[in-house]
Write a protein that binds this ligand. Structure first.
Ligand SMILES: Nc1ncnc2c1ncn2[C@@H]1O[C@H](COP(=O)(O)OP(=O)(O)O)[C@@H](O)[C@H]1O
Ligand SMILES: [Mg+2]
Length: 378
């Protein structure tokens, strides 16, 4: 088990800086997920932690000791990649034992370590097989098993489920949660899938273009995203964004006027809000409602396009110029809306987010129990 500290870490490839000002504390035993779109620097950051990539600037500390120059094998870290990198001619047993043999471990110790890892991962009945006789999920388990045998202080997983089909991903996701519960070792998990991040993480690190956008618990990121990027990245379907200008700063929030002349009261602290400022209102699909009683007179008219039925719910898609990405409202499963109908979409002020022209979030004035608990926890 180990804690990690990243202080002002940066990474350059020749002239190009691909990561900057990375500051992060990872606590002993924590499950931390790095999430962000493809190319944002997740693998680069992980490879710097593992020692597979030089660190261009800053300090990397493991248990308070600087390890920037320490060889990968000496860092006590085991890494599992998306491609399982198993030896095809070896049995599972030998695949998992290989690293320990190279390290000069004695046979009984190797045997105990391999059998223990196989048991944890429920592959103890497969140890005589070769990788080609396994499913994708089983191969991934062997790769994880190989990491477990090394008893690392920190596990690094780089998109470990990306090669698996959707159903297996869900199953393996639960396995990762259980594995962390069983081992209680510090784990860093990289994914571009925000659902994996939400379901697995104690702490999520959202990355974009080489920067950390926000660090927080899944709940903190969902309910109090620091900026528009995080608001749009976390949550599916994505948050609705409606552009407008500030019409009034009131004691109960900020009144936003849309280009249509319609308004929405937003329950945020006024901060440095000024009448006339360009802003974006953010409303999650579960809160945006057509003809909402909660919204009263607030909201914007939009033209319905289509309804997607999911069984337990349905999503109504609508078009308006003030929401360039369109609007999505989660509606009851049996509700029907003909195409081209004009409906008013709004929500209660407390369900709205507000972003300034730079995309920074205003502080919401709903402080319910989870916010008190989690907003500053991570
Ligand atoms: N060896 C390299 N030389 C130059 N640029 C690189 C190299 N490796 C990665 N990059 C760049 O660094 C950025 C981050 O890449 P990466 O960490 O692989 O992203 P992610 O894992 O989030 O998809 C990308 O812009 C990528 O093009
Ligand atoms: Mg990657």
């Amino acid at each position: 088990m180990a804690s990690l500290t990243l202080r002002n870490i940066s990474k350059r490839y020749e002239e190009t800086e691909v990561m900057r000002n990375i500051n992060l504390d990872i606590n002993d035993g924590e499950f931390v997920v790095f999430v962000g779109p493809s190319g944002c620097g997740k693998s680069t950051l992980m490879r710097m932690i593992a020692g597979l990539e030089d660190i261009s600037g800053g300090d990397l500390m493991i248990d308070n000791a600087r390890v920037n120059e320490l060889a990968p094998a000496k860092r006590g870290i085991a890494m599992v990649f998306q491609s399982y990198a198993l030896y095809p001619h070896m049995t599972l047993y030998d695949n998992m034992a290989f690293g320990l043999k190279l390290a000069g471990e004695k046979k009984p110790a190797i045997d105990a370590a391999v059998k223990n890892a196989a048991k944890i991962l429920h592959i103890d009945h497969l140890l005589d097989r070769k990788p080609k006789a396994l499913s994708g999920g089983q191969r991934q388990r062997v790769a994880i098993g190989r990491a477990i045998t090394r008893k690392p202080k920190v596990f690094l997983f780089d998109e470990p489920l990306s090669n698996l089909d959707a159903a297996l991903r869900v199953k393996m996701r639960l396995e990762f949660a259980r594995l962390h519960d069983d081992l209680k070792t510090t784990m860093i998990y990289v994914t571009h899938d925000q659902v994996e991040a939400m379901t697995l993480a104690d702490k999520i690190v959202v990355l974009s273009a080489g920067n950390i956008e926000q660090v927080g618990t899944p709940n903190a990121l969902y309910h109090a995203p620091a900026n528009r990027f995080v608001a749009g990245f976390i949550g599916s379907p994505k948050m609705n964004f409606l552009s407008g200008t500030i019409a009034a700063v009131q004691s109960n929030g900020v009144l936003v006027k849309y280009a249509t002349g319609e308004t929405q009261l937003v329950g945020v602290l006024s901060g440095n809000a000024k009448v006339g400022d360009a802003v974006t209102v953010g409303i999650r699909p579960e809160h945006l409602q057509p003809n909402s009683a909660e919204a009263g007179d607030y909201g914007v008219s939009a033209s319905t396009m289509t309804v997607e039925t999911l069984g337990d719910a349905a999503y109504l898609y609508a078009e308006t110029d003030i929401a360039p990405d369109g609007l999505i409202a989660r509606i009851p499963p049996l509700e029907k809306h003909p195409r081209g109908q004009q409906l008013k979409f709004g929500t209660a002020p407390d369900h709205c987010h507000l972003f300034n022209a730079e995309g920074q979030a205003y502080t919401r004035n709903v402080v319910d129990s989870w916010q008190r608990e989690h907003a500053t926890a991570a």
